[in-house]
Design a protein around this ligand. Structure first.
Ligand code: SF4
Length: 141
């Protein structure tokens, strides 16, 4: 359909502009591609769940949180590169790779702030992202 392809085109252009750091349109998620250091696909699912959360809330966030589109989130799959990449994001999570301590460390503004464990990591991390947005982008337009 013409309408659908036009929407896809616009989205693609926005992604290009954002990746070139010309203009931000929506919070960006950097997820590691995965490698031999992890056999888990949890980080991919987590990145998808966060993307869905962003898509669901973006209209409200844009109305209420100035510059929320500049938010950078990292979702990484192991302790080798996870902490470094996570520290470069506004908020990032480093999940455990194979044979690593089964904890997920969260970094906020470059500092280690939380350690998540157990079966509820996705929901807990999403709540931390929401808290970060409320705290950091609280100036209403
Ligand atoms: S963060 Fe870890 S699992 Fe992900 S690509 Fe880098 S080394 Fe591999």
């Amino acid at each position: 359909m013409v309408g659908e392809s036009r929407t896809t085109e616009v989205k693609l252009c926005q992604e290009i502009l954002q990746s070139l750091e010309i203009r931000d349109f929506a919070p960006q998620i950097s997820a590691c591609p995965g490698c031999g250091r992890t056999s888990s696909t949890y980080f991919q699912q987590l990145a998808q769940d966060i993307q869905k959360h962003i898509d669901k809330n973006m209209i409200y966030w844009k109305k209420n949180y100035k510059n929320v589109e500049s938010l950078k989130i990292a979702v990484m799959g192991c302790i080798v590169n996870g902490p470094g990449e996570s520290k470069h994001a506004d908020i990032g999570i480093s999940l455990p790779g194979d044979g690593e301590n089964p904890v997920a460390v969260v970094y906020t503004d470059g500092e280690k702030t939380n350690t998540l464990r157990g079966n509820n990591i996705t929901q807990e991390f999403i709540e931390l992202v929401d808290g970060y947005i409320t705290q950091k982008f609280s100036n209403k337009k």
